[in-house]
Design a binder for this molecule. Structure first.
Ligand code: VG1
Ligand code: CO
Length: 543
């Protein structure tokens, strides 16, 4: 086995987005495309010689090819050891845990998350640092700069490594250890939650359905929910990871989990329904007759976290991404703890979690997590919900209603316009940005604008600044419109419009969400002209 230095030429499009580099498989399959990116990551890191790297992916199409490349490049670049999930599999939160648990230098997470997979679908590569979390912008910027000038990469002349069995093998001077993807994660969950109480809940006749969407959480959910927690076999649906996600779209929302939603809205349906995405970091929560929005779920989990053993001493603070509703802010206020508003993307929570300033974080895009790892964690959110249900012995619906009666309700929706022409989307955002300074004080559709800006985040821990993180228009009554372009889409641009309206504790909590937010839709159209500019009469996805 000899280390080879192979000449290469740069690709111009390897800029990491909200969560790593995501492209269609045909793009990733171009000669040296994967090699260039991984070598650029390693070139941007200092002190990796002899250290441990974690590698795992969500099992999507091309995972098996990319993982072999990654192992060879890691060996040729001087890593001492690679820890890889059996079959090349690791959920994103499990990868984060393994990096932390084994004090690895970092990790490569191979996933395009909730994006569809397959030969024409999406693939992705993300680098996580030693705290287990996504690399901060300082590193992703350096990686991108490197991809633009890279002229060679190092690899090893060696056959594929057998990832099918747990155990240790040698690749050049590097050790490859294939590990059980589930074991350490399941152990961590048992330190956080009252498994006995949840077992009791299932014994009492409580029923649930968990949809793994043919993606990575199948083995985790089966081992934990059906295994350790004793839920009946069949509770976990679609639990075998498939390279194409069975030709589905592993995004746990009301569009792609509509059947489950419909089932939960019937008397005959189970008490509780949940799902997770391609790489297992997102969650969907539906109680009987009650869908819980991710923003509400964050607030509810924060308000009730002390009911789980891992959080019984209370939480230090809460952080949410800027477009996420302010429901959690009201909980933080009541608890008298810190509240932080960060840009979209989990990488912005890392510093706050490391500094112990926040314990629970969340995003409106179905991501919730805590300081147990440095990624959002789908199954964690489901288990915390189960723990809360087991202790409170109430239905999801009753718990949600009580919450609104205490804190008020933040009506909330997100309208996505997918695959919009990039030039049109950029012009739309630029034009609106140019008009923001004139908005405060104006009355639009009966609502007075309190502030209008393009969100800039000042990280209170390391002092770094991230500008242009999304347009926010806030109104005097607490309503809010947010507009931003997605950083995870792979075709054209995706315009996201986030709408929110606050209804106090004694207000009307039973309005239809889309109806309640109609006035804000009107204001958005007047301001941004989405229909006129894009020709779209309605959003592609409403969540
Ligand atoms: C989206 C979500 C964001 C999330 C990101 C990665 O990003 O809005 O909240 O952190 O996906 O999640 P964007 O830039 O497309 O809006 V995942 O589960 O795809 O890793
Ligand atoms: Co994901």
């Amino acid at each position: 086995m000899t280390i080879q230095t192979i000449k290469t030429t740069p690709y111009a499009d390897q800029k990491p987005g909200t969560s790593g580099l995501r492209k269609r498989v045909p793009v990733f399959s171009q000669p040296n495309y994967v090699e260039n990116f991984i070598q650029s990551i390693f070139d941007s890191l200092e002190g990796l010689e002899g250290t441990t790297l974690v590698i795992g992916g969500d099992g999507r199409f091309y995972n098996d090819v990319a993982i072999q490349k990654a192992i060879r490049i890691a060996a040729a670049n001087g890593f001492g050891k690679v820890l890889v999930g059996q079959g090349g599999l690791l959920s994103t939160p499990a990868a984060s845990n393994i990096i932390r648990h084994y004090k690895a230098f970092g990790g490569l997470v191979l996933s395009a998350s909730h994006n569809p997979g397959g030969p024409e679908g999406d693939f992705g590569i993300k680098y996580n640092v030693g705290n287990g979390g996504p690399a901060p912008e300082k590193i992703t910027d350096a990686v991108y700069a490197r991809t633009k000038v890279i002229d060679s990469f190092k690899t090893l002349d060696t056959p594929d490594v057998d990832l099918s069995k747990v155990g240790t093998q040698q690749v050049g001077d590097m050790v490859v250890e294939v590990i059980d993807p589930v074991k350490d994660y399941a152990a961590l969950m048992q330190t956080l939650f009252n498994f006995e109480a949840i077992r009791g809940l299932f014994k009492s006749g409580f029923t649930m359905t968990f949809d793994s969407m043919h993606a990575i959480t199948g083995p985790y959910a089966k081992a934990i929910i059906e295994g350790l927690l004793g839920a009946p076999a069949g509770t976990v649906k679609n639990g075998v990871p498939s390279p194409t996600f069975n030709h589905g779209h592993p995004d746990p929302n009301l569009v792609y989990c509509k059947d489950m939603y419909d089932l939960l809205m019937t008397e005959a349906g189970p008490d509780f329904g949940a799902a997770s995405d391609g790489d297992g970091d997102r969650n969907l929560i539906i109680g009987k007759n009650r869908f819980v929005t991710p923003s509400d779920s964050l607030a509810l989990l924060a308000a009730n976290a002390h009911l789980a053993p891992g959080y019984k001493a209370g939480i230090a603070g809460i952080a949410r991404s800027m477009p996420t509703s302010a429901a959690a802010d009201r909980v933080a206020e009541k608890l008298g703890i810190e509240m932080h508003e960060t840009p979209t993307g989990w990488k912005f929570f890392g510093n706050l979690l490391d500094a112990g300033r926040v314990t629970i974080c969340g995003e409106e895009s179905a991501g919730t997590g805590s300081d147990h790892v440095r990624e959002k964690d789908g199954l964690w959110a489901v288990l915390l919900w189960l723990n809360i249900l087991a202790v409170r012995k109430q239905s999801v619906d009753a718990i949600v209603r009580e919450h609104w009666a205490t804190y008020g309700r933040n009506y909330y929706t997100r309208h996505d316009y997918e695959e919009v022409d990039s030039a049109i989307a950029n012009a739309l955002v630029d034009d609106l940005r140019g008009r923001l300074s004139a908005l405060p004080g104006q009355v639009l559709n009966g609502l007075e604008v309190a502030y209008a800006d393009d969100f800039t985040y000042h990280d209170p821990v390391d002092g770094s600044t991230s500008a242009k993180q999304g347009i926010r228009i806030g109104f005097k009554d607490g309503s809010r419109i947010v507009l931003r372009l997605s950083g995870t889409g792979t075709v054209g641009a995706t315009l996201r419009v986030y709408l929110e309206q606050y209804e106090p504790p004694n207000g009307n909590h039973d309005l239809d969400v889309q109806r309640a937010l109609e006035p804000l839709v009107g204001i958005t159209e007047d301001l941004a002209g989405i229909k006129a500019r894009t020709g779209r009469t309605e959003p592609s996805v409403i969540t």
